[in-house]
Design a protein around this ligand. Structure first.
Ligand code: MIC
Ligand code: SF4
Length: 637
């Protein structure tokens, strides 16, 4: 039987286990990536492990999320990250350089390599034919310390592309089509591997748009082959020597196959408030739009901004609407400026923002009350934009421009003749905003007053008891558990302070209740913890005494984060038992042997419920020790 690209790369990096779907495997990690909002914690954890220098081939620390410097806190975090990088052999990407995933794809991504990143959109680099996985900060810290990354061997789900996209239809529409078919749960425990004759019609950045937003299906990662198109991209980035060919064998047996004829894909959008709520743009035509935002790690490449520039040339932004544009990197900006393609953006009246995440994570540009905001981003969870009642639609750059000009949702195919854009054979390259890796053991790590020490946790006791502090429904996101936005994100390196905001948008009294009851349990439904990789959504609940989360199912990264911090992730053996627990019930569970099935006693209702606990040997040790850091420390003793 032939091998998939995924299996080929996994095989080369396998340090433990067998490549049988569902079994735990350990992978050697070549590269790591962090961004500032998850990075401060990841490096505090790395420092706590106590290694003199990173053991990876390459580790890069990016600053792209918390860019507003309203007071000292974010600036202090940036300085801390720069000082840690200098001490431990980490490349540092300075604030203003761009968004981690765009920069990594341009300057570091390499076919055949493994990357672990403390951001859920790390799979963007899968567009380069590599295995790039998002994880919690502690897993990335462990990888920097040379530990393998453990995960459940996923199924490999083949996506067979044929044909070629029609004018005004682009990569974003392809991934929206995938989301329409797979939903936000359909990719769980799968790698989405693209193959077929349509692959060669997509450039590397377009592939990156698709693998980026594969995250929204819950997939472990997504990957494209490394072919001639990949080679051309590497040549244009002055990195041809890093190219290898990597394709799946002809007779590869994928666990499932989805066929997509690119020529049949039409302009699509994801309606509020979920990336899988996908409809054709044509069905929503005429809806008045208040804001359009172009950028984010999904759609901010040179290809995307060239299209935007060409379509906006000679046009004005509609007077009832605000258009923001954030380039993915300084390189994109520089190349755009060199060809005169920045001018049409300025002349149109677009508001040009810094090269960073910005509005995507609610850092500025919150829309007006109950606004309709069209964004080329990857997430439209309620409230993420900063305006609780705003309606965010996810669209392609082409659809975004059509609305920016007309002031309403418009099928971009009505914009006339699709413009030809030419990509440079060689990009203008200047890496001045990267500080190369050096190791200076005497370098001083500089910490500001908002950076508090890592909390220490006790081993898990043999019995857990307490109240159900909160009961929630399906698809709870990590933005629901711990929101983004300027105020809360400035507290990412201060667990005591950030923990005051847990579930603040779901139930304002949650924190007070949790403190008053000295911790307890959370009950969730399907796909609990989807979205961001922020480990704070596990670490902060642990800090205020959350002992276990009981759900119908978990999202992968969040479940791993719960285990990393010693919170029991329990699932109902019988999903209907979800209905037999209420908020305020007192629960009790024995945790002596951490068996696969545990009995949960509901003291209030005098009933017993069976719950599953699927932990590997190592995960059991981590739970027992009170978290992964304690388990690593125990191993070092
Ligand atoms: C996001 O898009 O939600 C983020 C902000 O990039 C997160 C990371 C974070 O919460 O810091 C992610 O996707 O992992
Ligand atoms: Fe940044 Fe948004 Fe991408 Fe997250 S999804 S890394 S916030 S641009």
């Amino acid at each position: 039987m032939g091998k998939s690209i995924t299996e080929k790369i996994f095989e080369k990096h396998l340090v433990e286990g067998k490549l049988n779907a569902g079994e735990e495997i350990g992978l050697r990690i070549d590269h790591t990536l962090t961004q500032d909002s998850t990075g401060t914690m990841a490096y505090l954890e790395f420092e706590a492990i106590g290694i003199a220098q990173v053991k990876t081939q390459l580790s890069v620390s990016f600053v792209d999320h918390n860019m507003l410097q309203n007071d000292f806190r974010n600036a202090d975090d940036h300085r801390y990250l720069q000082s840690v990088a200098a001490k431990y052999g980490i490349v540092f990407s300075r604030p203003g350089n761009g968004i981690c995933h765009q920069l990594y794809l341009e300057r570091f991504a390499q076919p055949g390599v493994t990357l672990l990143g403390s951001d859920s959109h790390t799979p963007t680099a899968g567009g380069m034919g590599m295995i790039a996985i998002g994880a919690g900060g502690l897993d990335v810290a462990a990888a920097m310390a040379g530990e393998p990354f453990y995960l459940e061997m996923p199924n490999v789900y083949g996506i067979n592309l044929k044909g070629k996209l029609l004018p005004f239809v682009s990569a974003k529409d392809v991934i929206l089509e995938v989301l329409r078919k797979l939903t936000v749960k359909g990719g769980v425990n799968n790698v989405l591997e693209y193959f077929g004759p349509g692959v060669k019609t997509l450039s590397v950045p377009e592939r990156g748009t698709i693998t980026n937003m594969g995250t929204e299906t819950g997939a472990t990662t997504s990957i494209f082959p490394s072919d001639e198109v990949t080679r051309q991209f590497l040549i244009s980035q002055g990195r041809e020597n890093q190219w290898i060919e990597l394709t799946s064998d002809e007779n590869t047996q994928y666990s499932k196959v989805l066929d997509i004829d690119l020529a049949e894909v039409e302009p699509l959008l994801a309606m509020p408030h979920s990336p899988d709520n996908v409809k054709p743009v044509s069905e929503l035509e005429g809806t008045p739009v208040d804001q359009v935002c172009i950028g984010s790690c999904t759609n901010s490449s040179l290809r995307d901004l060239k299209i935007v520039s060409t379509l906006l040339k000679g046009k004005k932004v509609h007077e009832n609407l605000s258009l923001t544009i954030s380039a993915g990197s300084r390189q994109v900006m520089e190349n755009l400026a060199a060809t005169g393609e920045l001018e049409p953006l300025i002349q149109s009246g677009a508001r040009i923002l810094e090269n960073s995440c910005g509005p995507c994570i609610g850092i500025g540009q919150a829309p007006t009350t109950s606004a309709v905001s069209l964004r080329t981003f990857n997430r439209n969870f309620k409230g993420r934009s900063g305006t609780q009642d705003a309606k965010v639609y996810l669209v392609s750059p082409e659809t975004a421009v059509a609305a920016a000009i007309t002031g309403k949702i418009t099928d971009p195919r009505k914009l006339g003749v699709f413009p030809e854009i030419t990509m440079p054979e060689k990009f203008i390259l200047s890496d001045t905003m990267f500080i190369p890796a050096t190791t200076n053991p005497n370098a001083k790590v500089i910490m500001g007053p908002n950076i508090t020490p890592l909390p220490q946790f006790q081993p898990t006791p043999p019995q857990l008891s307490g109240e159900v502090l909160l009961k929630v429904g399906d698809n709870i996101t990590t933005d629901d558990i711990l929101p983004g936005g300027t105020d809360i994100m400035s507290l990412r390196s201060n667990i005591p302070e950030i923990s005051k905001y847990i579930f603040c948008r779901v139930d304002q009294n949650f924190y007070q209740r949790a403190i008053q009851k000295q911790g307890g349990f959370i009950v969730g439904a399907e796909n609990y913890g989807q979205g961001s990789s922020r480990e704070h959504a596990a670490l902060a609940p642990k800090y205020i005494g959350v002992k276990a989360v009981i759900t119908k199912s978990f999202a992968r990264i969040h479940m791993a984060n719960l285990i990393n911090f010693g919170i029991l992730p329990l699932t109902f053996t019988n999903k209907q038992d979800y209905d037999n627990i209420d908020q305020g019930d007192t629960l009790e569970v024995e945790t002596n042997n951490l068996a696969e099935t545990l009995t949960l006693k509901n003291k209030t209702k005098n009933t017993e419920i069976k719950v599953n606990l699927n932990l590997s040997k190592q995960e059991k040790e981590q739970i027992k020790a009170g978290g992964k850091l304690a388990a690593i420390k125990n191993k070092q003793k």
